[in-house]
Design a protein around this ligand. Sequence first.
Ligand code: AMP
Length: 401
Amino acid sequence: MNILVLNCGSSSIKYQLLEMSGEPQVLAKGIVERIGLSMGCLAHKNNRDEKYEIEQPVPNHTVGIQLVLAALTDKNHGVISSLDEIKAVGHRVAHGGEYFTQSVLLDADAIAKIEACCDLAPLHNPAHLLGMRAIMDVLPNIPQTAVFDTSFHQSMPASSYMYPIPYRLYEQYKIRRYGFHGTSHKFVAEKACKILGWNIEEKKIITCHLGNGASITAIKNGKSVDTSMGFTPVEGLMMGTRTGDLDLGALLFIMEKENLSVSDANSFINKKCGTNGFSEISSDMRDLEAEAEKGNERAELTLQMYAHRVRKYIGAYAAVMNGVDLIIMTGGIGENSCDTRRRVLNDMEYLGLIFDNEKNKGIRAKDEIISKPESKVIAMTITTNEELVIAMDTLRLVNGK
Ligand code: AMP
């Protein structure tokens, strides 16, 4: 059974077609970009490693979806002969507010609720809705699902998700901590427990999703009990271009001194800070590691700050759960950066973790244990795959489970 996974942004559509009958396989993937601009483009790659690119105006998401479907069924570069071979479409949805605790089949009620969350994710949810409606235009009878970045964290207790601001602001605008990357945190925790033969419902796990965006989650008995991203993805860890935790007073001071509007400040905290803004070198860990290696002090300090902040959250979440059994490193940095893993996980004997520095070296994009056999707490690298989670949830929902 083939499932099309879509991640629709305001001017882009990322897609993957997965065959889910047996061992899941990616048949094709690609991206449509510059939707709504004078010239758009599609870049498509199939499972024979053939690339196919076209440039043409893509005035809206419906035309974008038509391009994707044409690429998937293209005589030369396609992977299916007819659209009937696509059984369902799964959408990544950034925000499900307090409405969704799990993935859902789309119906009028679900669409209305996703629409009601547009205020909370003004850049993302409207774009997802455009994608859903475009599918309804082009493939009116196909089942569609929504898989939310936020739903896994709906299990957090109020003591984790409330901000100390007047309660009426929560009641009036639903201002609270939601958390993101939920699909990834849940997936890697379940995958690691499967590998270890553990029952997730008896374990305390800290999952570090360290990619260009980064967040960390405390998972107790299979449920998210705290996570570092908040009302928006800006809170928490230092990221590629986002500040992470910052004194609100400092932001007000910067706004005043640099004469920033609200929109300027939003762009500042999301796009101009983090490892890129601070280092003035790059948001990419590979570049920072190479510069630090050459003796660049700012690059070295950036790497130290990055690791320091992850370590602080690990300590905090061990305290929140009264201990930890497993620490997972995932995302582009967690899976690939041996240096970041060493900086974060070394010297954690106080917690019962004995890091295996030798084994850690050279582990990239693999599911591996990186703590020593005698370590009470296990540390692992686990590869994440958000598209696969969306396809698996979609398959489960269309099969009525
Ligand atoms: P993601 O957002 O999960 O795709 O992660 C992307 C980030 O992973 C990049 O910006 C890099 O900082 C990081 N990354 C990918 N490969 C490596 C590597 N081999 N070493 C260090 N960092 C890496």
